[in-house]
Design a protein around this ligand. Structure first.
Ligand code: NAI
Ligand code: ISE
Length: 336
C-alpha cells in the first residue's frame, strides 16, 4: 500500500521531508506539492526528481482526490487554515511545529478533530522520536533517578536570520522543549518567567539574545532553559534531569573523539537538520504507518495546544518581566 502525500511549503524542512519520504522511508510517495513561491516548488520537484503535480493553492492540493495525506511545512501563521482544511476533508495531516501560532488556533484544531471523531493530526515535535530523549524518558519512567526535582536545559543555534525577533525564541525555538519537557515529565506547566542575561554582541539590535526561561510544573519541578540563538559555535541541545536519586543527561550526538594538534576533542554539529536527522526519519515513518493502519499517533493536536498555551504565557512573561500563569482548558477525554 502506498500513501500518496501532498506537501504544502517546500522550503528548508518541506524539501527535507520530501527527500526523506522519496529516498529514505517506505510506504509514501510525494504526488503533489505547493508553495506560494511556485518556482521554489518546481525547483524541489526537479531536484528530487519527483513525479508530482505543482498546485497553485494549498487548499486545492488538500482537496485533490489522489492525495491521501498532507504535510504542512509552510510558515507557522498558515498552519491553522491548512490543518483545518485537511481535517474537514477527513485526511491525515502531519503539521510542522507550531500547530498554530496561538493557543486559540490550536484549540480550533482540537475541536475540529474531536468532532471528526478520530485522530487525523500528528504534530512535528520530532524530539519525542530522538533516541537520547527516549532514554531520558525511560530513566524517568522507570524511577531510575527517583522523582525528578529540577531540569537544566539549553537550546543553542549558531545563528539565526535577521527576521528572527525576540518572541521567536519562544514560539519558534523553545517550543520544542515546551513539548518535550511535559512529555518527559508526564506533567503540565504552572508558570513561565523570562530573565535576560547580558546580551551577546553577535545579535541583531532588535533581538534579545540569550534568554533564560524559568518554568515551574504542576508537580513543582523547576526548569531553567537557556535559549541562545547566536552562540556561534554550533547547534547544541542540552537536557539534564536532576532526580532524588541521581541525574540523567541527554547523550551527545555520536561523533569521533579526535586527537590532533595537541588537542583532544569532539566536533559539534552546526545544523538542526543533522542533529535530529534520525528523529525526523522515524517520526515521518511513524506518520506513514499511521496512515496505512488508519491509526495516526505521535504528538497530537492536544500536545500542540499545550505547547502553544505555554508559549503564549512565556511570550507574555518576556514582555511583563513577571511570572505568568499557564492556564489550559480541560483536556477532552478523546486525547486520554
Ligand atoms: P522556510 O521559509 O525555509 O520554508 C517555508 C516555505 O513555506 C517557503 O518556501 C514559503 O514560500 C512557503 N509558504 C509560506 N506561506 C505559504 C502558503 N500560504 N502556502 C504555501 N506555501 C507557503 O521555512 P522552514 O524553516 O522550512 O520552516 C517551515 C515550518 O517548519 C515552520 O513552521 C518551522 O517552524 C518548521 N520547522 C520545524 C523544524 C523542526 O525542527 N521540526 C525545523 C525547521 C522548521
Ligand atoms: C527551527 O525552526 C527549528 O525548529 C529548530 O529545530 C530550532 O532549533 C530552531 O531554533 C528553529 O528556528
Amino acid at each position: 500500500m502506498t500513501i500518496n502525500i501532498g506537501v504544502i511549503g517546500t522550503g528548508a524542512i518541506g524539501e527535507d521531508h520530501a527527500r526523506r519520504i522519496t529516498q529514505t522511508l517506505s510506504g509514501g510517495k510525494i504526488v503533489a506539492v505547493n508553495d506560494v513561491n511556485q518556482e521554489q516548488a518546481r525547483a524541489v520537484v526537479d531536484r528530487l526528481g519527483l513525479d508530482a503535480k505543482v498546485y497553485e493553492s494549498g487548499l486545492d492540493l488538500i482537496k485533490a482526490s489522489d492525495v491521501d495525506a498532507i504535510l504542512v511545512c509552510s510558515w507557522g501563521p498558515t498552519h491553522e487554515e491548512f490543518v483545518l482544511a485537511a481535517v474537514a476533508a477527513g485526511k491525515y495531516v502531519f503539521c510542522e511545529k507550531p500547530l498554530a501560532v496561538t493557543a486559540e488556533g490550536c484549540l480550533n484544531i482540537v475541536k475540529a478533530e474531536v468532532a471528526a471523531g478520530k485522530r487525523l493530526v500528528q504534530v512535528g515535535f520530532m524530539r519525542r522520536y530522538d533516541k537520547g530523549y527516549q532514554m531520558l524518558k525511560q530513566a524517568i519512567d522507570s524511577n531510575e533517578i527517583g522523582e525528578p526535582l529540577m531540569m537544566h536545559c539549553a537550546h543553542r543555534n549558531p545563528t539565526v536570520p535577521d527576521r528572527y525577533v525576540t518572541s521567536m525564541a519562544i514560539v519558534d525555538t523553545a517550543i520544542h522543549e515546551l513539548d518535550a519537557l511535559r512529555w518527559l515529565l508526564d506533567d503540565d506547566y504552572k508558570s513561565m518567567q523570562v530573565v535576560y542575561p547580558r546580551r551577546t554582541k553577535n545579535r541583531f539590535e532588535h533581538l534579545a539574545d540569550p534568554q533564560i526561561l524559568l518554568i515551574e510544573t504542576l508537580k513543582g519541578v523547576r526548569i531553567d532553559l537557556e535559549i541562545f540563538v547566536n552562540c556561534q559555535y554550533g547547534y547544541d541541545i542540552q537536557c539534564s534531569v536532576v532526580g532524588e536519586e541521581g541525574i540523567a543527561n541527554l547523550p551527545e550526538p555520536q561523533s569521533l573523539l579526535m586527537r590532533k594538534g595537541a588537542k583532544l576533542y569532539n566536533e559539534v554539529l552546526m545544523d538542526w537538520k543533522d542533529r535530529f536527522i534520525e528523529s525526523y526519519d522515524i517520526e515521518l515513518q511513524d506518520f506513514i504507518r499511521g496512515c496505512e493502519n488508519d491509526a495516526v499517533g505521535g504528538p497530537s493536536s492536544w500536545d500542540g495546544y499545550a505547547a502553544a498555551v505555554a508559549a503564549d504565557a512565556a511570550v507574555a512573561a518576556q514582555e511583563s518581566g513577571q511570572v505568568e500563569a499557564v492556564v489550559m482548558v480541560e483536556r477532552p477525554a478523546f486525547y486520554n
